[in-house]
Ligand binder design. Structure first.
Ligand code: PMP
Ligand code: GLU
Length: 422
């Protein structure tokens, strides 16, 4: 080190990047627990179940058999073929071959790659490709779209309409500059989902607006498709024939198969555009990460073809927990929230408590100060809704991917703490 040493600069791209609040709160809760605090965490968007054993055994066998070398960048044709078959038989998405499928290191990585294949840097006149994003939305969409050069056009939804974007809202958000419309049903953080009729109505708008926005693509994040328990069927927008060739369906194994740490995500898009975008993703991924861990591919096939009973067991448990948390929240003063029908999140409005003072003497100004005070004073970790966008600043996210005992205890603490606010 010399006296002339100054702070060496980092790229603006990362200096300006917001850390993921879901990851940050989860890590903070874990750290407090490690230090001995009795924190009850409701922040992690990750199933508390272990990965089903037959998936693990397949990976162990592949490892023992020496499947430890580089593989084709986007995955071996056999595994890509199994994903294509799954999307045809379960989701009604036709015309997919292995060339229409990309496998990457988790849904987040695949989303990142898709966005880099859709958006360019703004043109010299400042005009940027637009991404229509219904908000509140998962915290990573906005930064990933921006990093890729896109401009986010938020469409504000509210709890009164189950946080769903209407066809009219979508129609007025699409312009000649629109490159992509993002959908996430069932939704993180809202816990609500579109009915098949609502999906068809949105698809009809896209089909009509393609005349003014010829390059528009739908990115449909269906990572929670199997965690549905509210009586609404999941429909993949990629199964609607009029727009199927402009839909990139995004999914992954993290949530349905309790495989968050394995890092498996995939994208699919049929037709000629599908082949071109998947090839582009392969080129990009080939300069980034190459293939995912080799001995995981057989485990993907096991998960997608042999584990329906495990998935259903977890789905039913999430449904029971959704019932439980809905009842517990309904008994608390000043909280309101649509009943979750999919994923494992409740997203109550807590703004009735803003401007109150906590037992520890803190003033609650927003969702962030609400969550900070709750963690410090009642040792309950929730995610503040601010970074999900739109009305999220009045909401907090409660992940119920944890035991019934923890839900009972944590909601008890939350209720008592709310009752003590003045
Ligand atoms: N999409 C949504 C809506 C999510 O909540 C998550 C959770 N991390 C992901 C994508 C990505 O998950 P993963 O990278 O673990 O596949
Ligand atoms: N998607 C999960 C969540 O929202 C995991 C963390 C993350 O990647 O954001 O909590």
């Amino acid at each position: 080190m010399t006296d002339t040493m100054h702070q060496i600069r980092l790229a603006d791209r990362v200096s300006a990047l917001k850390p993921s609040v879901t990851v940050a709160v989860t890590n903070r809760a874990k750290e407090l627990r490690r230090q001995g605090a009795d924190v009850l965490g409701f922040a992690a968007g990750e199933p508390d179940f272990d990965t089903p054993d037959r998936i693990k055994q397949t990976a162990i066998r592949a490892l023992e058999a020496g499947q430890t070398k580089y593989m084709p960048t986007l995955g071996d044709p056999e595994t890509r073929g199994v994903i294509a078959q799954k999307l045809a038989s379960e989701n009604g998405i036709d015309g997919l071959t292995p060339e229409h499928i990309a496998i990457g290191a988790g849904g987040k990585h695949v989303l990142f790659t898709v966005c880099h294949c859709l958006f360019d840097k703004p043109a010299p006149d400042g005009a940027a490709a637009e991404a229509v994003l219904p908000v509140p939305a998962w915290v990573s969409y906005d930064p990933i779209i921006r990093l890729a050069g896109g401009t986010v056009v938020p469409v504000e939804t509210t709890a009164d309409s189950d946080f769903l974007m209407t066809p009219e809202q979508l129609a007025s958000a699409i312009t000649p500059k629109t490159r992509a419309v993002f959908l996430n049903s069932p939704s993180n953080p809202c816990g609500t989902m579109y009915s098949p009729e609502q999906i068809r109505a949105l698809a009809a708008v896209i089909a009509e607006k393609a005349s003014i926005a010829p390059d528009v693509v739908v990115v449909s994040d269906e990572i929670y498709e199997k965690i549905v328990y509210g009586g609404i069927d999941h429909l993949s927008i990629g199964a609607v024939p009029e727009i199927a060739d402009r839909v990139v369906t995004l999914n992954g194994l993290s949530k349905a198969f309790a495989m968050t740490g394995w890092r498996v995500g995939y994208a699919a898009c049929p037709g000629d555009f599908g082949k071109r975008i998947i090839k582009a993703m392969g080129t990009l991924q080939g300069q980034m990460t190459t293939n995912i861990t080799s001995f995981v591919y057989p485990a993907i096939r096991t998960a997608l073809t042999e584990c329906a009973d495990d998935v259903d067991r977890m789905r039913r448990t999430f449904g029971e927990r959704a019932e439980m948390i809905t009842k517990l929240l309904a008994g608390m003063e000043g909280l309101s929230c649509p009943k979750p029908t999919g994923a494992f999140y409740a997203f109550p409005d807590v703004s009735a408590h803003f401007a109150k003072t906590t037992p520890g003497g803190r003033r609650l100004d927003d969702a962030l100060s609400f969550c900070e005070a709750l963690l410090d004073e009642a040792e309950v970790a929730l995610v503040p809704g601010d970074d999900f966008g739109g009305c999220g600043k009045r909401h907090v996210r409660i992940s119920f991917a944890c035991s019934e005992e923890q839900i009972e205890a944590g909601m008890g603490r939350l209720g008592n703490w709310l009752a003590s606010l003045r």
